[in-house]
Design a protein around this ligand. Structure first.
Ligand code: PDD
Length: 281
């Protein structure tokens, strides 16, 4: 395996960043995870748009021209011979003597790109069974719209989920409304067959998978509402599911102790999962 680090393709085992990288010391950086499907990077333009937004919110420069970055991402996928899997890209504010203030203007951002295969049969098997989630009080900073590498709250929430027999944690805010998962967006389907996901104005990352699914929903003319939904409403829903670039749509069959629907993956979630790759850029 190879990785791309600051201008060079290097063997993955030797790929390293400096100990004074601000990503390492301050989590002062942003990232993207894109799906690789049949050797192609899925929705690259949308991921690069979001990367640009994350960078500008944190006032970090692009590490290279967008077109060049797109090329290197494809090259990392190609050199690793990844057919199905993910490509990971991380940009930090760069290497400088530890000091909270931004370093001087001539400090270049650091960039790392890696790629690894994921067996689609394993993901399909997980989706065919459905996953359990546990609810978890929202404890992240309000700027979760920025895709930063500062993921400690997400790490703790997901570890809590794992230790309680679940795959994902669903955060709920002070009004008991679900925000999103530790690394996924959260969705339900009501008894009336209406798809519901929280609107993207506050409390969630604007998921790329979420946006593609919304395009499919519009195309197929499905009933849909972007609004708050509570933990109670989710537990009483006909279906629930999560979305992320690394897993696409995965049905949820249990929330805490509540069985969702009949305890099997719902048909809407399953169909959206199947249709996903018909709508990618
Ligand atoms: N996670 N919400 C959070 C908090 C996330 O970390 C992610 C993605 C999503 C879904 O976004 P998208 O559809 O653009 O992947 C929502 C990535 C996959 C990760 O951290 O591994």
């Amino acid at each position: 395996r190879i990785a791309y680090v600051n201008g060079q393709y290097v063997p993955h085992a030797q790929a390293a960043v400096h100990v004074e990288d601000r990503g390492y010391q301050f989590a002062d950086g942003v990232y993207e995870v894109c799906e690789v499907w049949h050797g192609k990077i899925v929705d690259a333009p949308r991921h690069l748009d979001r990367l640009g937004r994350s960078l500008s919110e944190l006032r970090i420069e692009w590490p290279m021209a967008r077109k060049a970055l797109e090329f290197v991402m494809r090259e990392v996928v190609r050199r690793n011979k990844v057919r199905n899997g993910i490509v990971y890209m991380q940009v930090t504010r760069g290497v400088a003597r530890r000091d909270h203030y931004f370093p001087s203007g001539d400090t270049a951002p650091s960039i790392v790109i890696t790629s690894r295969p994921i067996d689609p049969r394993a993901s399909d098997a997980t989706a065919a069974k459905g996953i359990s989630v546990v609810t978890y009080p929202e404890n992240r900073w309000p700027r979760v719209d920025i895709k930063t590498v500062a993921l400690l709250p997400n790490v703790l929430a997901k570890q809590h989920a794992k230790e309680n027999g679940a795959k994902e944690a669903w955060y709920f805010d002070k009004d008991n409304n679900v925000t999103e998962g530790g690394s996924t967006n959260a969705w339900i389907v009501t008894k009336e067959g209406v798809l519901v996901t929280r609107h993207a104005e506050s409390g969630i990352l604007r998921g790329i998978t979420r946006s593609v699914i919304l395009d499919i929903v519009a195309r197929e003319g499905l009933k849909f509402e972007e609004r708050f939904f509570s933990v109670e409403e989710a537990k009483a829903a006909k279906e629930a599911f999560v979305t992320a670039a690394s897993t696409i749509a995965v049905p949820v069959v249990k929330i805490d102790e509540a069985i969702i629907g009949n305890g099997h993956p719902g048909s809407v979630a399953t169909q959206l999962r199947e249709m996903f790759h018909t709508a990618t850029d």
